[in-house]
Design a protein around this ligand. Sequence first.
Ligand code: DX5
Ligand code: ZN
Length: 214
Amino acid sequence: MPTIKIAPSILASDFSRLGEEVRAVVDAGADWIHVDVMDGHFAPNITMGPPVVAALRRHCSVPMDVHLMIANPDEFLEDFANAGADIISFHVEAANHPHRLLDKIKGLGCQAGIVLNPGTSPDEIEYLLESVDMVLAMAVNPGFGGQAFIPEVLRKIQDLRAMLGDRDLEVDGGIDARTAPDVIRAGANVLVAGTYIFANPSYVEAVEMLRAAG
Ligand code: DX5
Ligand code: ZN
């Protein structure tokens, strides 16, 4: 099992102080910064795009993990790579040619991830496994932070870990001190958490609580 990594989602941070928040949570021990990008089409919300990633790049000394919850990911891969993304993940449900997109992301010099919505089977990515660097399993439906964890996803995480070997398996949505032990036991090693971390008076305590769940 690869090492446990904590990836705070800045969706739950104070947007009026985004650079400060990124620095604070990195200083608190975050391994990655998770950027939740939504376009109001694939996901019922609009959040942030390449200019925000570019602005945060100089405040962020750890990998920027960009999660595209957008309808046409192909149109924006270069913009996010040029803005400074280290990892770019897109939804298999939003791609007509996922194999080509994965190769394009790697050609841009980024790690390539594929994302599965809670209801999507791992079968959908069976023939993409040689091309992915990481898989992200959504434990809530895309759109908003603070939603309840969907427990059915635990069985999927077990199946995905068996498919991925020692590659990173990220879980996103509803991760807190209660659900973190379950997802790690199931095989996830990268934990995205927004509300749990940014609502906590101590970012250090929140990050370490999640890391200790393993
Ligand atoms: C859903 C978002 C959330 C977010 C994490 O579209 O992707 O999963 O990052 O939300 P919390 O940690 O607040 O459940
Ligand atoms: Zn996300």
